[in-house]
Design a protein around this ligand. Structure first.
Ligand code: MOS
Length: 763
């Protein structure tokens, strides 16, 4: 076995991932750990309550914070009555714009490489109010209860100004083309108007989706302390390095003077970046010269942390008699604040999903006065697939064609926008495997199956999410004389199994048992700029590990010297195997890490490696796809929808750990069920205010809403992604809304084009 493993453990330079270069050997072969359903290594700590979260670090002399939010949309704070609050028991500070320290603006996420901010407004620097719910005062006290009580005694008066708070009013004021990752979200290839006019079959529909608020289990929280000019932040973060750099900009200090750690995160989903609470906590800690813990209430998260904005989408498809698309159009409008340009890019799915004779997309943004929106699991795809995949289903009904066959008829051979070849794409296998396992052939005509009060139906939709790898990946490896390795990367564990999967990856790469690998992460002082976002953390960490291992091998060969069995070998000729390095085609030429280090009289060897820029995406069309199958029951009397069965069939490249991957897919699908049936931020367009900022009124799926969810995958490695894995964090939510809506149509013959599909829409 060792010999087989060795022959396959080819060492590769990072640049060998360039197009046409050799694929990563770990893509093809299992070395023992990758591909195994290893249980979460952090599981026991979590179950025992021994995993510390941001609001659980008790610091000496720590004060507790409570936040007051504006109740008007726009204007000035004309008067603050804080006498009662200041006199309340235990109060140490009431901070408002009148006494907050001077601070620079937070750099907005994606505006600079390490920017983490969700809103680029000045934070408590003037009397201006920009949205209903803006933090306008912070109370610090000896206990949380004292802080909350004192905050309830604050009184504010405002001079209000006119605000734009309605979608229609914002749209009437004019729109502009949305931008995402530096690209305008607008394109036309061919003549879609002509294609639609000449089409034998056509659909042209409008779909709407509501706002969504972030509701991770763990509330946004931080515990902060200053030591002179050095800021220590225990944060709940999916971007520790970005947060440290951004906080340094705000307080005018060096990046190295801010230390952000986030060992455990109770869910991120795009919302755990840098919002006002961390800045306010640090500012208040500065004023009081005491550590501060700030935990946003659930209402606070809804008021302060942006979510997904609402969309109004048009999808038009023109097809020939055989189903071939001649025209595909996806356009529409979103409404966003001026303080964060994140446009909920719902046109992303149409950029990769189908071949079409002509293609047009155009996302327009209108501006409104409210909390800035932000990234939320599969921003764009989650709601874009609802419109696109319902429209495809409507076309299939129109044509009397099976919706799977219609989709596969239009499976593209090259990228519909760039023309690049796919790095790996087998959507057809995902659909066919899924259809067989789900029993798709048993689906009947619309409204044809009834069991008592319940109408039963099946629906299907495409899931999709692109491969991303952001620049800045890096890792440090410390190899000990006992043959153990410590790997350090400023990455994140938000509950998805990152540290478990990458412990497996490191063990296989270095030829070590799992218990000799210590994967450390979640600390801004560690190497790398690895955001847990865009489903790219796995690829980013993977390439960082490859790069660091390359350095490690090079240094070990130097240390091994002339008296080693490895003497004279180049880095390309050896692999990590059997607790040491070995020649690929000659297993007898092997020396253990322990032996190399002890002969060199070294206690340890420390190396760092940096991942190259993500040039793979310039040469290949890199997208994951999936097929979502849903069976619903719709109660004919009450309109209640019950999802009875769900299957996700995915084509995401190599799956590193089937256990943690299945959980990721299921979690995404559950969030998709919420999107389909219940999640909605209720925004009062007259008051400009979110009216349901609590889990009592903002509904997410609970156990009773979640059926058995089956997940399968093709497990076909992507030769151009590190480890063959394209990332799986977000695709699970995509396509679910449409699969549910299409199943409801099949059950009832009723087409609902407005999310969420609550029972009133089916009565
Ligand atoms: Mo994800 S919305 O990129 O955390």
């Amino acid at each position: 076995v060792a010999q087989m493993v060795m022959q396959k453990a080819v060492q590769l330079a990072p640049d060998s991932f360039i197009p046409g270069g050799r694929p990563d050997p770990l893509i093809r072969e299992q070395h023992g750990n990758v591909g195994k359903p290893l249980s979460r290594l952090d599981g026991p700590q979590k179950v025992r309550g021994a995993a510390p979260f941001a609001a659980e670090f008790a610091l000496d002399r720590m004060l507790y914070a409570s936040v007051a939010f504006s109740t008007v949309v726009r204007g000035r704070i004309s008067r603050i009555d804080m006498a009662a609050a200041e006199a309340a028991p235990g109060v140490a500070l009431v901070m408002t714009h009148l006494n907050a320290p001077r601070m620079a603006k937070v750099p907005l996420l994606m505006s600079k490489p390490k920017a983490a901010g969700g809103i680029d407004l000045p934070i408590m620097q003037d009397d201006r109010v920009h949205w209903s719910g803006q933090p306008i005062a912070l109370v610090l006290a000896e206990t949380q209860e004292q802080a909350d009580h004192a905050r309830s005694l604050l009184r504010f008066e405002y001079e209000t100004e006119p605000a734009v708070t309605a979608f229609a009013a914002a749209k009437a004021l004019g729109t502009e083309t949305g931008q995402f990752m530096g690209q305008p979200l607008k394109m036309e290839r061919g003549d879609t108007a002509k294609g639609l006019a000449l089409a034998q079959y056509k659909v042209d529909r409008t779909y709407t989706t509501p706002r969504h608020s972030h509701n991770a289990i763990e509330l946004h929280a931080c515990t902060v302390a200053w030591d002179g000019d050095t800021l220590r932040v225990h944060d709940a973060s999916q971007m520790v390095a970005h947060t440290a750099w951004s906080l340094a900009q705000v307080f005018g200090i060096e990046e190295g003077q801010v230390h952000v750690t986030s060992p455990f995160v109770g869910g991120g989903f795009g919302g755990k970046g840098l919002w006002w609470h961390q800045v306010l906590a640090a500012a208040a800690a500065k004023l009081t010269e005491r550590p501060v813990r700030l935990t946003l209430s659930r209402e606070g998260v809804h008021r302060v942390v942006g979510g997904r904005t609402c969309t109004e989408q048009r999808v038009a498809i023109g097809a020939r008699a055989d189903g071939t698309f001649d025209a595909l159009v996806h356009t529409g409008t979103v409404v966003i604040s001026r303080h964060n340009p994140m446009p909920e890019p719902f046109i992303l799915p149409v950029m990769s999903a189908y071949a079409s004779g002509s293609l047009k997309f155009d996302l327009e943004v209108a501006h409104i006065d409210m909390l800035a929106n932000t990234f939320m699991r599969a921003p764009g795809e989650a709601v874009g697939t609802f419109a696109l995949e319902c429209a495809v289903d409507e076309l299939a009904v129109e044509m009397g064609m099976d919706p799977i066959e219609l989709r596969l008829k239009n499976e593209p051979e090259k990228d519909p926008v760039t023309g690049a070849p796919p790095s790996q794409r087998d959507t057809a296998k995902a659909f066919r495997d899924g259809a067989e396992r789900f029993g798709w052939s048993k689906r009947g005509a619309p409204a044809s199956r009834r069991e008592g009060e319940w109408q039963i139906g099946m629906g299907v939709a495409t899931a999709c999410y692109p491969y991303h790898r952001m620049p800045g990946g890096a890792a440090r490896m410390t190899l000990g004389q006992d043959g153990s390795v410590v790997v350090e990367i400023a990455a994140h564990e938000m509950g998805m199994g990152t540290m478990t999967a990458h412990t497996q990856v490191v063990a296989d790469r270095l030829g070590l048992p799992l218990d000799k690998v210590d994967f450390r992460y979640g600390d801004s002082f560690q190497p790398g700029m690895v955001m847990a976002g865009g489903s790219q953390q796995t690829a980013s960490i993977g390439f960082s590990i490859i790069a660091a291992q390359r350095e490690l091998v090079t240094e070990l060969l130097k240390l091994a010297g002339n008296s080693s069995p490895l003497a004279g070998l180049a880095a390309d000729e050896v692999g990590g195997v059997n607790r040491g390095l070995g020649k690929l085609d000659d297993p007898d030429r092997h020396e253990s890490y322990a032996s190399i280090l002890s002969r060199a009289q070294r206690d340890e060897l420390v190396v760092e490696g940096s991942a190259p820029p993500p040039i793979e995406v310039q040469h290949w069309s890199m997208h994951s796809h999936g097929a979502m199958f849903c069976e619903v029951g719709v109660n004919g009397v009450t309109g209640e929808v019950r999802v009875q069965r769900f299957l996700g069939s995915f084509d995401c490249g190599r799956i590193l750990n089937p256990k943690t991957a299945a959980s990721q897919f299921r979690g995404g699908i559950i969030m998709g069920l919420g999107l389909a049936l219940m999640e909605e931020t209720q925004f009062d367009e007259r008051l400009g205010r979110i009216m349901n900022p609590s889990l009592a009124e903002y509904h997410v799926p609970v156990h009773m809403d979640v059926p058995e969810i089956d997940v399968i995958w093709t497990d076909i490695p992507d030769p151009h992604a590190p480890m063959g894995a394209r990332g799986i964090g977000e695709i699970g939510i995509t396509g679910v809304g449409a699969a549910v809506a299409n199943a409801i149509f099949n059950a009832t013959g009723r087409r609902v084009r407005d999310l969420p599909i609550t029972l009133d829409k089916l009565l």
